[in-house]
Each structure stands twice: as C-alpha cells, then as structure tokens.
Design a protein around this ligand. Structure first.
Ligand SMILES: NC(=O)c1ccc[n+]([C@@H]2O[C@H](COP(=O)([O-])OP(=O)(O)OC[C@H]3O[C@@H](n4cnc5c(N)ncnc54)[C@H](OP(=O)(O)O)[C@@H]3O)[C@@H](O)[C@H]2O)c1
Length: 245
C-alpha cells in the first residue's frame, strides 16, 4: 500500500489513474480547484477501495499555496510515496499569439506551477530517501508548432525540467516518470473534432500505471506517439517552419 498526493485530481486522466490505484487499497490526498468536482472524485475513489486522507481545494496557479499543501499532506499521510502532477489547461492559441498577459498566465499554470510542485516533492522525498514523482507533460512539448506553441513551450519546459530532476534524484532512490500523452478524450479537448488518434483517459491511465510499476522514465501514451513524434522531430527546421501545423 502506498500514499499518493495527486495534484489536479479532478482531471479525467488523474481520476482514472486514482480509480486503478484505489483497487490496491492505496491512500490518497486529492488536490483540485473545484470543491464540488473534488468531493465527487473523492467519493468515487472511496467506493472503489481507496482510502481518502483528504481532499484539498487550491488554485495551483497560485504558487504561494504549494508549501501549505505539502505540509498538510505530510501531516495527514506521514510519508508521501508518490506525487502525481496532472493539472493543466489547453490555452486559446490565437489569444496567446497577441495577449502576452494571458500567455504568461497560461504558461504559469502549465509549467511554473508544475516545476514548483516538482521541487517541493523532491525536497519532501529526499527527507525520507525514497519516492516517485509522476508528471503529465504532452507530445506537444516535443516541437513548437504555430497552432499550439504556448502550450507546447510550457510542456517542453516541464519535459526538460523533470528530465534534469530525474537525473538529480536518481542517486537518492527517487524516481521521476514523465508522461507524454497524445490526444486524449477529456474535458480539455471536448471542443476538438475527434479522430482515430484520440485515446480514452482510462487507456492512458492504465498505460501510466504500468509505467509506474515498471519504473519507466518517459511514457508516450498511447505508445505510437513515440514514433509519430520521432518523425516530427526529424523534419529539418528549414522545412518545418513552412508547414501549417
Ligand atoms: N487531453 C489531452 O488531449 C491531453 C494531451 C496531452 C497532455 N494532457 C495533459 O494531461 C493532464 C490532464 O489533463 P486532462 O486531459 O485529464 O484534462 P482535464 O480533465 O480537463 O483536466 C485538467 C485538470 O486541470 C485542472 N486545473 C486547471 N487549472 C488548474 C489550476 N489553476 N489549479 C488547479 N487545477 C487546475 C482542472 O481543474 P478544473 O476541473 O477545476 O477545471 C482539471 O481537473 C494535463 O496536464 C494536460 O495538459 C492532456
């Protein structure tokens, strides 16, 4: 049995992951922004066998809340075995092209807040000399494209930061898993037309659980995105910049 601290617990992917973990009788602190949604998720996880040690409401864009959230989690869980960082937004790309304040606000939710939580999780886990950090990035972070480079830039920052954190924490017995989903059918993408590339949140969650159990470093979910993104990365910049992507 393990103790989990899940940020963005109301996210469709995080909820599905918690449902899978609940079957193992694990213990959870759930953190979400919307108290109503959060209590529904907590009740759902509880009926599936999960032990809910707390459901904490916080706007994670407000980094000043992070310290108290970890203190509360430590008090209620004792040791925090695993921190999952799952919150995020899909910015309005057109607005972000010309509204710098909006762009930076969205960057902060998707990158800065995840980095803050990653640093605090590492400090917490170094104290006990073990643990796992799971962060949800995106295939969008693999290359900047005109249609979503603000979101991609934030996820790219998350990717590099947590890669470095993985390297730093390796000798401390702390594992870092970076998840890079492709398109997932969740509220975040509700406005997008669906096609065969979309995966269900439950499929992605079961991929994540498998990667956690195997202590994988990076997970493309589903698997085929590894090869799609390899091709995307291999296109020379001189050609890539002319594409309408
Ligand atoms: N869906 C995709 O196609 C896709 C692809 C690649 C990566 N991802 C990543 O997967 C992760 C999970 O997203 P999802 O697909 O499961 O979408 P989702 O169901 O829409 O979940 C996003 C979650 O982030 C929370 N959130 C947003 N801003 C927040 C803030 N300031 N403070 C606290 N919570 C905040 C939302 O809370 P509310 O419920 O209050 O809005 C929601 O629970 C995200 O990091 C996302 O970037 C998703």
């Amino acid at each position: 049995m393990s103790n989990y601290l899940i940020f963005g617990a109301t996210s469709a992917i995080a909820t599905e992951l918690a449902r899978l973990l609940a079957k193992r009788g694990d213990k959870f602190i759930l953190v979400g922004r919307n108290a109503y949604k959060l209590s529904a998720v907590a009740a759902d996880i509880s009926t599936r066998g999960g032990n809910i040690a707390g459901a904490l409401t916080a706007d994670l864009a407000d980094i000043s809340t992070h310290c108290a959230l970890f203190a509360e989690a430590r008090q209620r869980l004792g040791n925090i075995d695993c921190v999952v960082i799952a919150h995020g937004t899909l910015p309005d790309a057109e607005r972000a092209d010309s509204d710098a304040d909006y762009a930076l606000e969205q960057f902060a939710v998707n990158a800065t807040s995840a980095i803050s939580l990653g640093i605090r999780a590492s400090t917490e886990m170094q104290r006990v000399g073990a643990g796992m950090i799971v962060v949800i990035g995106s295939v969008a972070g693999e290359r900047g494209r005109q249609s979503n480079y603000l979101y991609g830039g934030a996820k790219g920052a998350v990717d590099i930061f947590f890669q470095g954190l993985r390297n730093r924490l390796y000798s401390n017995n702390i594992h870092v898993l970076t998840v890079k989903p492709g398109f997932v059918d969740t509220p975040m993408t509700a406005h997008l037309p669906k096609n065969f590339l979309f995966a269900s949140p439950s499929k992605v969650a079961s991929n994540i659980l498998h990667a956690m159990d195997k202590r994988r470093d990076v997970l493309f979910a589903p698997w085929f995105w590894r090869w799609i993104m390899l091709v995307v990365r291999l296109i020379p910049e001189g050609i890539f910049k002319k594409l309408k992507l």
